[in-house]
Design a protein around this ligand. Structure first.
Ligand SMILES: Nc1ncnc2c1ncn2[C@@H]1O[C@H](COP(=O)(O)OP(=O)(O)OP(=O)(O)O)[C@@H](O)[C@H]1O
Length: 274
């Protein structure tokens, strides 16, 4: 029996895939800013996405967050195929932290409210009434991310590092099945970065934590316990797979267009010009 054409065309993701992209292309400003990307994130995996400025990392994350539809190709997120799902039902299942989102949080919003509003998929409290259970979960996350003493401070009064932690707590508010963190360590000082790497390492080691994708520019920010890496350059994939196989001199040099020497000690990476 032959399968009707319209059924053959339906994208069926792998059974254990949390996120799957097949032949994904994004065309903007007369060029492909993401070009023919195949990528699968499976349950339990922790991925870092790296590449130089303009490589397409944030664009890819926007697709993974069901906030951008590609020009071509197939995308499955949490068993739902983009284009055949109500994204407003899908988005609460995905935790997202990004600079774009930070810019949407009102400066006067209290830290505990900036976290709890994720339960309604909004960035500022208005007339919603939050259940005690939501309030308790928000306070638990605020505490887990070392923010208890800041719970009643306006979001706009926080340091960069504190804001980044609020956004991660917020991203976890809906108990997401997929967690996407776009450059959470950008702009942090050395102590702030190390504290964040420590907390992300704990998250990576927590078996109950969702599949996670972390976008970063620096190998120094890769938390031990992250299992896989995707390297991008000019919208295309340079390498993808287990961290130790991807974060090599050869692949990083190709991705960044510069001869680099990579070292790793106790799961922490560093890279310098060769
Ligand atoms: N609407 C658009 N029109 C034209 N070009 C765009 C548009 N949106 C993004 N781009 C370009 O696509 C490329 C990829 O952007 P993207 O933000 O995904 O890169 P990135 O890897 O996250 O970069 P960075 O590390 O600097 O944050 C960039 O060159 C950007 O200028």
């Amino acid at each position: 029996m032959t399968t009707p054409q319209h059924l053959e065309d339906i994208f069926t993701p792998d059974e254990d895939a949390v996120l799957q992209l097949r032949g994904v292309r994004v065309h903007r400003g007369g060029r492909d800013i993401v070009a023919d990307v195949d990528w699968t994130v499976r349950a339990g995996e922790r991925w870092v996405v790296m590449g130089p400025n303009g490589a397409g990392k944030s664009t890819l994350l926007q697709i993974a967050a069901a906030r951008l539809h590609p020009t071509a190709g197939d995308v499955a997120i949490l068993d739902e195929v983009l284009g055949a799902v109500d994204v407003f039902e899908l988005r609460p299942r995905i935790g997202l932290s990004s600079a774009q989102l930070a810019a949407q949080v009102p400066r006067a919003e209290l830290v505990q409210d900036a976290v709890v509003t994720a339960a309604y998929g909004v960035t500022g409290t208005w007339r919603e009434s939050y259940e005690t259970q939501d309030r308790m979960r928000a306070l638990g996350l605020v505490s887990a991310w070392g923010l208890s003493r800041l719970a009643h401070r306006p979001f706009g009064s926080l340091s960069d590092g504190e804001r980044k932690r609020v956004l991660i707590a917020r991203a976890l508010m809906t108990d997401p099945e997929l967690l996407l963190l776009d450059e959470p360590a950008a702009g942090l000082d050395l102590a702030g970065r190390e504290e964040l790497v420590r907390q992300l390492t704990e998250l990576a080691e927590d078996e109950a934590a969702p599949a996670t994708v972390l976008v970063t520019h620096h190998v120094e920010e890769v938390p031990p316990g992250f299992t896989h890496a995707l390297l991008l350059r000019e919208g295309g994939v340079v390498a993808a797979g287990p961290v130790a196989e991807v974060l090599t001199d050869e692949h990083l040099s190709t991705a960044f267009g510069l001869a680099l020497t990579v070292t790793s000690t106790d799961g922490r990476y560093s890279a310098v010009g060769a």
